[in-house]
Write a protein that binds this ligand. Structure first.
Ligand code: NAD
Length: 280
């Protein structure tokens, strides 16, 4: 394990038992930070932290619970001292066209991705302002710029999270806090496996997908450089961010991308098992 660098930070990561969150925690610890891994899946997050050595600790946090947020901050302070950085990463989706999802599924997505993250940001703003410093990093999505079939409510929560994030950052401009938002594209985690299982989400396979470690690098770099907003990959991400502003253009382009995604999804599914990647 590397020695603790001068700028070692105390970081809370949500949704850290799997996927992008687990990769963020691993890389942050490798770079000398101390990380409280949190997740609604307590058993999995304890196992994950147990593999990362003494600079990792873990506790259960369902981001929908305001009390859970206070407990997680207190557990982190007890383990490592004041929280320097909050990485709000936890998120879910239920796949399918909006008309095919039930009210409970729409509500779940909003309660976790939007309201849960809002609760975390508000908890962090209060506590970090009182301590005089802090950095809030929200892991959002490239879908916050694009209207995507198969993801209507998910896209809605990510558009909403981006608007909330930048609004709070402006409200707090005279305070001591830093705010960064990071937008991953398709990333090979359990979430993408879920999307592969549903043809309604074929658009996710229109472009190449990335490893969670690549997204983790962008997030952990951002802890040091504190950019306002990170799109990934940098060039295609910028193009998508601008194109998404034009709904008439999107009505033409997205169906073409969806058709390409259907072809690529079919190709991935029909590849011989020996050549098929473990994760799409
Ligand atoms: N995978 C992708 O293609 C992709 C693309 C863009 C953005 N993202 C975003 O990245 C983030 C991480 O996604 P991932 O792909 O690693 O997903 P994942 O499903 O692999 O992991 C998500 C983690 O969040 C946890 N979680 C779920 N509900 C929770 C809750 N209420 N409270 C606390 N933890 C909870 C899960 O237990 C899981 O460990 C999400 O915000 C997601 O929207 C993912």
């Amino acid at each position: 394990m590397r020695p603790i660098p001068e700028k070692s930070q105390v970081i809370v990561v949500t949704g850290a038992a799997n996927g992008i969150g687990a990769a963020i925690a691993r890389l942050a610890i490798d770079r000398g930070h101390r990380v409280m891994l949190t997740d609604v899946d307590e058993e999995a997050v304890l196992v994950c932290a147990g593999e990362l050595g003494p600079r990792a600790a873990a506790c259960r946090l369902d981001i929908r619970s305001a009390e859970g947020w206070s407990n997680a901050f207190e557990a982190t302070e007890a383990a490592f001292g004041t929280v320097d950085v909050l990485v709000n990463n936890a998120g879910i989706t239920h796949t399918g066209h909006a008309r095919d999802l039930g009210p409970r599924q729409h509500r779940d997505i909003v309660e976790v991705n939007l309201l849960g993250t809002i609760t975390g940001v508000c908890t962090a703003v209060e506590r970090m302002t009182a301590q005089g410093h802090g950095h809030i990093v929200n892991v959002c999505s490239m879908t916050s710029f694009l209207p995507l079939p198969g993801y209507a409510t998910y896209c809605g929560t990510k558009h909403g999270l981006r608007a909330f994030h930048h609004s709070v950052a402006i409200e707090e401009r005279d305070g001591p806090l830093d705010f960064t938002i990071v937008h991953p594209p398709s990333t090979r985690t359990g979430m993408l496996d879920q999307e592969m299982a549903d043809p309604a989400c074929a658009i996710s396979f229109a472009e190449k997908s990335y490893a969670p470690e690549q997204i983790a690098e962008a997030v952990v770099d951002a802890i040091t450089t504190k950019p306002v907003e990170v799109v990934f990959p940098p060039l295609a991400g910028r193009v998508q961010r601008i194109a998404g502003v034009f709904p008439r253009l999107m009505r033409r382009v997205i169906p073409l991308a969806e058709a390409r995604g259907r072809r690529q999804r079919a190709g991935l599914l029909s590849a011989p098992a020996a050549t098929r990647p473990e994760r799409f």
